[in-house]
Design a protein around this ligand. Structure first.
Ligand code: MG
Ligand code: MG
Length: 251
């Protein structure tokens, strides 16, 4: 577990500031996620807000990513590139963004239903949210990463849904992606021990179909292999002596 960074109280305070800006930018984006709006317009609104707070959108230019947010719709799971796609009634829009403020980083994602998405998709969203909450609950000093993974998978399984196995949560805070990896599946009681001062991004991705995904030709967008909808929720969480603190909580 050598690569895991334990943050000081001051560093967590810095990450908390980045996380507040990020939560507000996602709130703003959620309100603008309406039929007729393009994903590029949403991305621009997120970037403008983040920069207005004296911060930077972490994703822009990260490994060459061309935008400030990943915006993925319906069967797109993660890493969708904003563009001229027009949002429609019934879409499930997943917005994932990062904020860097004074060198500190937070990472968060939400799934936003546009109008009536139907009962099945609504349930997918609710279960994904519940899986995230179950994972967060395990982010306690003394627990192991596998306790988070297992809790997430158990919620999905109990609802008869699949988790995406190809992409993981991760440490974050001083870099966008830090150790440890946090899979959304696996046994409890294994993996690195959680300690106060760790800051981690927990991010279940659940799918209505068989759980298989593939990478699109743009080399970024990940879609479900069978075209079924997926949902994604992510919070940056600090592991503290008093338990988990959700830094990117909705405002
Ligand atoms: Mg993210
Ligand atoms: Mg992440």
């Amino acid at each position: 577990m050598s690569g895991i960074v334990i943050k000081s109280r001051e560093e967590i305070e810095g990450i908390r500031r980045a996380a507040r800006i990020l939560a507000k930018s996602l709130d703003l984006a959620a309100k603008k996620t309406l039929p007729g709006c393009t994903t590029a317009v949403l991305d621009a609104a997120i970037e403008e807000f983040i920069r207005s707070q004296g911060a930077e959108p972490t994703f822009k230019g990260y490994r060459g990513f061309p935008a400030s947010a990943c915006i993925s719709i319906n069967e797109e799971v993660i890493h969708g590139i904003p563009g001229d796609r027009v949002i429609k009634e019934g879409d499930l829009v997943k917005i994932d963004a990062g904020v860097t403020k004074d060198g500190f980083i937070a990472d968060s994602a939400r799934s936003i239903p546009v109008g009536d998405v139907g009962g099945e998709v609504k349930r997918l969203m609710e279960v994904t949210k519940k899986a995230l909450q179950a994972g967060i609950k395990q982010a306690m000093p003394g627990n192991r990463v596998g306790d988070i993974s297992h809790a997430v998978e158990e919620v999905a399984k109990a609802a008869g849904l699949e988790v995406v196995r190809d992409y993981f949560g991760h440490g974050t805070g001083l870099a966008l992606h830090e150790e440890p990896n946090i899979p959304n599946f696996g046994p409890s009681g294994v993996g690195p021990r959680l300690q106060a001062g760790m800051t981690i991004a927990i991010e279940p991705m659940l799918i209505l179909g068989i759980g298989k995904v593939r990478l699109c030709e743009d080399r970024w967008t990940v879609v479900t292999a069978d075209g079924k909808y997926s949902a994604h929720f992510e919070h940056t969480v600090a592991v503290t002596a008093n338990g988990p603190e959700v830094l990117t909580e909705y405002v």
